[in-house]
Design a protein around this ligand. Sequence first.
Ligand code: DGL
Length: 239
Amino acid sequence: MRDDPIGVFDSGVGGLNVLRRCVMRMPNEKFIYLADKANMPYGARQFDFIKTAALECAETLVSMNCKAIAVACNTATVAAVDEIRKLYGSVIVVGLEPAVKPCFRALKSGYAVALITEATNSSVKFGRLLSDCGGKIKAVAQPRLAKLIEDNCDNIDEIAPYVRSVLEPYRDASAVVLGCSHYTYITRIISEFYGGKIDIYDGADGEAAQLRSRLESAGALAPPSAVGSVRFYSTYKKA
Ligand code: DGL
C-alpha cells in the first residue's frame, strides 16, 4: 500500500492548488491528478449531477489503485465525499472544506466574506457551518467565477475587473474565505483590492495536512527513499 498512488481530483485547474500543497507536504508520493473538464463547472450544476460526476472520478482513481483520494473541490466535497467514503472503505478519503471556522476564530471585529459556488451555498453542510458562526460570515455565491478562472488561469489579470465588481459591496469586510479551490488563483487580486490589509483563508493546505496525517496514522506514507511523481489526466467532451 505504501507504494500506491494518491488520487487528487477537481472539476478543473482549481485542485492543482491542493495538489501543490500535497506535493510540498509529501514529496515522496506518486500523485495522480484528475481534472473533470467534461463536467466543469460543478458549482453551477444540480447536486445529483455533481455527485455522479464526482463518484465517477473516485471510481477512476480507485481503479488506478489509489491508496487515498483527496477531493480537491469544495463543491464535490459537499456533494459526494460521504458517499465516496461509504463506497471505498479501504481507501483514505479527505475533502476540501472552506476555512470558515479558522476565519471565524481569528475574526476580531466586523465580518468576513466566504466566496463559494452556488452549489456549495445551497448545501445543508455549508449552511450549518455558517450558522455556527452567528452571522459573522457572509456567503457570496458565485455562478460564473470558477469558469472564468478556469478559462483565464494563465492570464488571471484579465478577470480582475470582474473580481473587483464582486467584492465592491463588501469593501468593509475584515477577511475573505476562499470557498472554492479555483479561487486560490485570485488571491493576489483580492489582496490588492483590499490594499493588502485583509486576511485571506484557503483550505488547501489544511486538506494536505490532513491527508498526510491520515496516511501517517495508517502507516501508508511512501518511504523517504521513494521518488515522488505527478501524472495528469483530464476528462473531455467528445466533439
Ligand atoms: N473547484 C470547485 C470548488 O472548489 C468548483 C469549480 C466548479 O464550479 O467547477 O468548489
